[in-house]
Design a protein around this ligand. Structure first.
Ligand SMILES: [Zn+2]
Length: 345
């Protein structure tokens, strides 16, 4: 999601700058550089970081004279892009410059010890992080949403689905399958924010229900890693019914003596929170994850009171009893396998 945004911004910047150059106002020596500086610093802020390198790259081309900005978009930009997009990024939480590769090696957790911001990751990254290498076998990957309501928002739902499928290379917002975690066989379901914000439509509900039923049959522990914007608007009531469906399947799983570990990650909201996310025998959460039903702003406007510090964050929910344990990403595998052993599964 961030990628298309960053690639679009520079284009806008160019357009704006070109427009500025063409307009007579741009000839004003003081106005032009000022106007240039601002749009620049913003888009590059995430990458600005290795300030030395970024400036070194731009400095040789830019400084000679004031006319330089005109050639800037064509000549200097490729170099600028190279430094920012690839190697470095600025942490959204602490503002430190992070070496991207180090962040990836650290399971996408900020490498600044004082910060340790847990970045959102895709379902495939999560599966890779949790499962023993090469053990994950996906299920029901072919399922695709239908459009019985003929829903149209800005564009028809089937079109939206098609473009999401093309963009993400996946058919729906959840990955389910079996795998091993530290040698323990598990049924795993992982929601994916990259596909329509991990929203729960009929296919998400169906895949999760099938995963629960398979876990019931096989007597495997069930792990669901939640991250979702909630129910899928485009499927209206059909998506709300997934709350009942998944909950009913979990009740049967529970009757059969199954162990269900729910892992809440940033953000877990709406209908997902109101159903399977909160039904775990053990509920784990990643540090700092936003977990709630309605968003804080909506609640604040409704009750007209200031909300307490850390409201709807994992640590707050642990204090109030909704979450059993806040577990760092690096310790999730070990924690899950320990709970499985403890549950005798
Ligand atoms: Zn950080």
């Amino acid at each position: 999601m961030s990628k298309p945004a960053t690639t679009r911004e520079p284009a806008d910047r160019h357009r704006r700058r070109r427009a500025a150059e063409e307009s007579p106002a741009a000839q004003d020596a003081t106005a032009a550089p000022g106007a240039d500086d601002e749009p620049l610093s913003q888009p590059t802020a995430p990458t600005d970081a290795p300030p030395a390198t970024a400036q070194a790259a731009s400095a040789p081309e830019a400084p000679p004279d004031r006319a330089a900005p005109r050639t800037w978009p064509d000549e200097a930009d490729p170099k600028r892009k190279k430094v920012p997009e690839g190697l470095w990024m600025r942490c959204v939480a602490c503002g430190e410059m992070l070496f991207r590769k180090a962040l990836e090696d650290n399971l996408h957790v900020c490498t600044n010890d004082k910060c340790q911001h847990h970045y959102r990751i895709s379902a495939s990254q999560r599966v890779q992080q949790l499962c023993d290498p090469g053990t994950f076998e996906p299920m029901d990957e072919h399922l695709v949403s239908a459009d019985p309501l003929h829903f149209t928002d800005l564009k028809p739902y089937p079109e939206r689905l098609k473009s999401e499928i093309e963009r993400t290379g996946r058919n729906e917002a959840v990955t389910t399958g079996s795998g091993y975690i530290h040698g323990r066989r598990v049924m795993l379901a992982v929601l994916d924010l990259t596909f329509m914000m991990g929203s729960m439509g009929s296919v998400v509900g169906e895949k999760i229900t099938r995963a629960i039923e398979r876990a019931t049959e096989q007597d495997w522990p069930l792990i669901i890693v939640c991250s979702s914007g909630g129910a899928r608007m485009q499927e209206s009531t059909l998506s709300l019914m997934q709350m009942a469906k998944t909950s009913a399947a979990l009740a049967q799983f529970d009757d059969a003596g199954g162990l269900y570990i729910s892992v809440l990650t940033d953000p877990t909201t709406g209908g997902v929170t109101a159903s399977f996310a909160m039904l775990g025998d053990v509920i784990l959460a990643e540090p700092g994850a936003l977990i709630g039903f309605a968003g804080p702003r909506v609640i604040q406007q409704t009750i007209r009171q200031d909300l307490p510090d850390g409201f709807q964050r994992a640590e707050f929910l642990k204090k109030t009893g909704f979450v059993d344990r806040v577990v760092k990403r690096a310790e999730l595998r070990r924690e899950i396998s320990r709970i499985i052993d403890y549950g005798g599964k």
